[in-house]
Design a protein around this ligand. Sequence first.
Ligand code: GLU
Length: 318
Amino acid sequence: MPVTVAPDLQAIVDRIAAEMAGREERGKVADYIPGLARVDPKHFGIAVATHDGRMFAAGDADAAFSIQSVSKVFALTIALGKVGDALWKRVGREPSGNAFNSIVQLEAEQGIPRNPFINAGAIVVSDVVLAGHAPKEAIGEILRFVRDLAGDDGIVIDDEVAQGEADTGFRNAALANYMRSFGNIHHPVDQVLGVYFHQCALAMSCRQLARAGRFLMHEGQHPDTGFNIVSPMRARRINALMMLCGHYDGSGEFAFRVGIPGKSGVGGGILCVVPGIASIAVWSPGLNERGNSTLGSLALERLAAATGWSVFNQREPG
Ligand code: GLU
């Protein structure tokens, strides 16, 4: 169905939030660290930032949550800014078809991770962001970047979550060491992981996250300043990676049901980008069997159906 009429977005997000509030089946909250395990599964938030500068929000859209792997989008953007397309010599661009923290594929592929959104790929990205910096500076750069994108200095890193990641991150340490043995990690593993764990621990609300994703619907331009964060081509490519690799092993299912580029995290957040139209953040901490937010995915399915925003729809030009 081509989209020709502007939908009543506030009514749509209100209706979605009301439906989600009544849902019993919410999935399971990530429990590998206390900072995530204690989050109440009843939360649901949604925020939609539109291309014309408006914001539509409902539910717990202002509650901060751990964005976890959604941060991989921002770290990738920084790394591309630093080394450009040379990044693709060290990280692939294909869906993995394996668990997000799988080590098996790395052996077969000589320490080159399949894509920047599985853990191994994100750890290489952290290594790139770390270059020329002390770890604290690299972490500060990521935080400043996200604050600038969102236009909100209130965004923080949750130190307890970062510590929890470090205390339990044995598999990430294995991945990093393994890649170092292939020469694909250039800095000390503990420093690289320090950067990675802190970016995962960014705490943001749906409203802040939707604002931070706006450059990806604006062909790479910061909507508040007009400066290019990335080129239009790079924004398109980041969106393509989100579509193909953004939901772990459930990326095909998400494209099938929702049809919008998105990146999810185990904190229950999902950032979605409808190019030229909207940047969307949803949050509900209960996860499905693939590790993606159960209600967040359903809410996006409802939103895509109500708006016709699947990128596989044909649109009228202009
Ligand atoms: N900090 C988590 C890990 O590296 C990220 C999980 C995620 O959101 O995918 O295990």
